[in-house]
Design a protein around this ligand. Sequence first.
Ligand SMILES: [Zn+2]
Length: 132
Amino acid sequence: MKLTLLKPQFYRYELQPDNWIEQLPDGTRRPVSGLRGLYVRVNGIQDAMGIMYLCPRCFTANDGRVGTHQILNWSKTAGTPDDADPKGRWVLRGTGYDDLTLDAEPGRTRSVLLIGGCAWHGYITNGEVTDA
Ligand SMILES: [Zn+2]
């Protein structure tokens, strides 16, 4: 299926100063200040560090986006830090959603494999999403 059917959106990962409440393993809460990773929408692949889209397996099973979770693929080549979640990394190739290819980062695989949940395993190649 076409990637564009899956409502793709490019993102940047940015560390910004923030204050939040952290819950400790014993259930107590404490205020924390520091740098926090935020997902920022961007319009073009030239500004992107990753891409989010609806899961193709669940999109098909649910006959649309209602109840369908999203998949987020970060790019190390585009500058995403190693500690950003989720940990998978791909090279973003192409000019936009219509011809996007997720390519292998050095030492990693080109396919996308979801651990747990629906366990979708597949590829994005020249704007087409296919199962592995
Ligand atoms: Zn799914």
